[in-house]
Ligand binder design. Structure first.
Ligand code: ADP
Ligand code: ADP
Length: 225
């Protein structure tokens, strides 16, 4: 089964007058296990909308969304939240780490929310932070970390529950070009090691070219670049 499969996904926003904005008009997309896919799109093309629908944070007006072969169309909030917590990891342009918690705690908390034991979650956090070179920073709060370090913690958090699908929206867009390249290297190494599938939106065509496939979102549909 594909990790993510979208078929005929349409989405519009009703803004009242002057009316509806049709953002997605029949998006078909299938991502195999272990596959990395870049999504490039002009700003406003609907890439956040597409990522939110793919991660079950939003529902399409028409079409189907399946995760791991499980059709989520018409499923209730509980089922959607369960699949999202277990199977999907999110990374954003800004890290959204909890400021009052340490780096390690930020990686531990989603595991506890998913039912993991504290000891196991703590070990998993230590292993992930070590993997991205942040062992020495585990007990620091986000404010004490650089932008690149904060984003690496966010990667660890996204992967903490061993998702099968990673959805990333401009994961290095907030970093300077040098740091962006280094942090992206870490992300791609993590993705390769864990064998998860990834859909990564980026404006950076050099970074996009390092993925298995590049898709372009334009005029409401997705096509190979
Ligand atoms: P991108 O991430 O590619 O910049 P978005 O998916 O954020 O694009 O938005 C696509 C279009 O949909 C934009 O025109 C945006 O203004 C509109 N849009 C997004 N979310 C909403 C919403 N909740 N209500 C109304 N319009 C929205
Ligand atoms: P929890 O209640 O344990 O935080 P959720 O089901 O609310 O779990 O969230 C699961 C994942 O979806 C988390 O990674 C969270 O960051 C992300 N998420 C939840 N709501 C939103 C949202 N409105 N926008 C973006 N990401 C969200």
């Amino acid at each position: 089964d594909p990790v993510l499969k979208l078929a005929g996904v349409a989405k519009g926003y009703n803004l009242g007058t002057p009316g509806e904005v049709q953002v997605l008009r029949g998006v078909d997309l299938s991502i195999a296990p272990g596959e990395t896919v870049a999504l490039v799109a002009p700003s406003g093309a609907g890439k956040s909308t597409l990522l939110h629908i793919s991660g079950l944070l939003d529902t399409p007006d028409a079409g189907t969304v399946a995760i791991g072969g499980q059709d989520m169309t018409g499923r209730g909030d509980r089922a959607r939240t369960g699949v999202r917590r277990r199977d999907v990891g999110f990374i954003y342009q800004f890290h959204h780490l909890l400021p009052e918690f340490t780096a390690a705690e930020n990686v531990i908390l989603p595991q506890l929310a998913d039912g993991a034991g504290r000891r196991q979650a703590t070990a998993r956090a230590a292993e992930l932070l070590d993997r991205v070179g942040l062992s020495a920073r585990a007990d620091h709060r986000p404010a004490a970390l650089s932008g690149g370090e904060q984003q690496r913690v966010a990667f660890c958090r996204a992967l903490a529950n061993r998702p099968r699908l990673l959805l990333a929206d401009e994961p290095t867009g907030n970093l300077d070009p040098y740091t962006s390249d280094r942090v992206f290297d870490v992300l791609m190494a993590l993705v390769a090691e864990t064998g998860l599938a990834a859909l990564i939106a980026t404006h950076n065509l050099e970074l996009a070219a390092r993925m298995d496939r590049v898709l372009r979102l334009e005029n409401g549909t997705v096509a190979a670049q």
